[in-house]
Design a protein around this ligand. Sequence first.
Ligand code: HEC
Ligand code: HEC
Length: 316
Amino acid sequence: MQPSPIDLTNDSIQKVIELGKLLFFDTRISGSNRISCATCHDPALHWADGKEVSLGHEQLPNIRNAPSLENVWIYNSFFWDGRAKTLVQQAEGPISAHNEMNQDLKALAKKLSRIKGYKPYFTAAFGSSVITNRRVFESLATFQQTIVSGQTSFDKFLSGDKDALTDQQLLGLHLFRTKARCMNCHYGAYFTDKEFHNIGLTEYGNKNEDLGLYNFTKKPEDVGKFKTPGLRNVMQTGPWFHQGSVKSMDSLMVLYNMGMPEHIVKLGQENDPLLPKNDKLVRGIMLTIRERKALIAFLEALSSPSILVRVEKLPN
Ligand code: HEC
Ligand code: HEC
């Protein structure tokens, strides 16, 4: 694993991280004062929420599953559909969304300015006690770049401990790289190409339809593409996929094994330019049950204990 680009030895960056951490755990950046970023990105749950789709303001459901924030610094774009280009830009989304934190952004800075205890933190981080949305987003973004996974059995194996993986996990690793074709998209230290693919989960024409990347690029070739998530601690962050629709890893493997669901063209859809087309890199892989179990055992080897991060006391 590579270290996060954040320089933890730099004193002034430390101050920004400290402020970002407080804001991340502070429910007062939500309209109802009841929801913080950690409500849906809980460190004890590897910075996800374990729910199918997240519940936000007044328990309103989100349309998507909350991704883990571990190693989030590695991505070039954020959200399942990559619509935010930076973490600073991303932070604005959840704070203002009506079904997440429902906070009027025009009132945010004023609201935080009334909490006297925050002033010294803003001064330490930015050189003056002025609170602006930009400073809030920047410190949240900096803090999130410190959220990383811990060491796994797979890492121990890579650094030379040949006994760190079981025989079953070794078979799983082999399959992951070869017959199962997972490495085509899930590669590198974090098991992601950071790209977008349609793997057949658009629900095209159904009530849960989600066209992913297309929603914001409006390019027909982007229909149904979602960001390839990294796989560290993936066994701990189910249910899986962008709608949290798959609740067991056995079922997920069955889907990949059959080449993922293909959209069945209905009458009248033949010439529809938006018809979702699965990525050519996913196709039936014909694994036996024993091989699928080995793949899952390999994913287990990508687990590390959750690192408990807490805030003892918020500013008043
Ligand atoms: C109500 C639950 C909820 C709250 C509160 C929430 N998030 Fe999220 N978060 C989500 C969901 C759901 C997604 C995926 C949304 C999407 O892709 O459209 C997400 C996505 C993200 C991502 C993108 C990760 C990636 O891999 O692309 C980041 C970063 C993030 N949230 C940070 C935050 C921060 C910072 C806060 C607080 C300001 C916050 N979230 C508050 C549910 C929540
Ligand atoms: C064509 C590229 C591609 C290939 C090949 C591929 N994946 Fe994926 N994988 C993705 C994308 C994209 C997603 C997110 C899809 C979504 O939610 O809409 C994903 C999601 C996942 C998830 C769920 C992660 C989460 O946090 O919800 C797991 C687990 C997974 N893949 C494992 C595998 C395994 C195991 C293989 C090999 C059998 C494999 N993938 C092959 C692109 C790929």
